[in-house]
Design a protein around this ligand. Structure first.
Ligand SMILES: N[C@@H](CCC(=O)N[C@@H](CS)C(=O)NCC(=O)O)C(=O)O
Length: 220
């Protein structure tokens, strides 16, 4: 086995890579990052010690950054790549992956992580801005999804692997109007019913105690 993924099943950016592994049926060892000692060991591979990190023993590389890892995994296996071969389709997949990370994942993380700050050091204004950022992007995604099965077009791509964790956790902290944004709601339902996405949701389920807020009733 030449690939090892350093990850945690509850971590949203790790989901992006796990979905890619499952979609493309790429064999990979998993090393769970649980505590400070694990993070310290990870820092020897990648000084920022963020997860995910993919190590390829044969190529002797350690790759951080979920998007870059998904691109690397496209070299493995026979399944269709998550960054399509067609250059225009590839551009769309990369664009919507960036939009999700910057405008969904980032504000979602801001809202979640604010609850882990020491008492009295919360950033109320920053959290309000993050909520407003989510309210701004939801209708944009709804419009993008009008008449389209997946976020970047007719095929499931990198953008959808990013959107699955992004929207899952964003919906836990800031729901969109599901009656009004019907295309986003339809997409979310299709996304979370996809077997590879259902699998990461299920694998993360035992770790919900790590969520620093009560797990919302509206979330399966
Ligand atoms: N841009 C990075 C973000 C990774 C990230 O934020 N990972 C979180 C877990 S979901 C983490 O490790 N946070 C702790 C840290 O960055 O120190 C990626 O796409 O991989």
């Amino acid at each position: 086995m030449s690939l090892t993924l350093y990850e945690h099943p509850f971590a949203s950016y790790c989901w992006k890579v796990l979905i890619a592994l499952y979609e493309r049926d790429v064999p990979c060892e998993r090393a769970q990052i649980d505590d400070d000692a694990d993070r310290a060991r990870l820092a020897e591979l990648w000084p920022m010690a963020s997860i995910p990190v993919l190590v390829d023993d044969v190529a002797e590389i350690a790759l951080p950054e979920s998007t870059v890892i998904v691109e690397y995994l496209d070299r493995r296996g026979d399944a269709p790549p998550l960054i399509p071969a067609d250059p225009d389709a590839a551009l769309r997949a990369r664009l919507w992956d960036r939009v999700i990370d910057g405008r969904v994942q980032t504000p979602m993380q801001k809202i979640v992580l604010d609850n882990l700050r020491p008492e009295g050091t919360g950033d109320r204004h920053g959290v309000e801005e993050a909520r407003a950022a989510l309210d701004l992007i939801y209708p944009v995604l709804d419009r993008q999804l009008r008449g389209s099965d997946w976020l970047a077009g007719p095929e499931f791509t990198l953008a959808d692997a990013a959107a699955a964790p992004g929207l899952f956790y964003a919906r836990a902290v800031r729901r969109w109007d599901e009656e009004d944004l019907t295309d986003l709601t339809r997409y979310y339902e299709a996304l979370t019913a996809r077997p590879t996405v259902t699998r990461v949701i299920d694998e993360a389920r035992p770790f919900r105690e790590f969520f620093p807020l009560p797990w919302p009733d509206h979330m399966d």
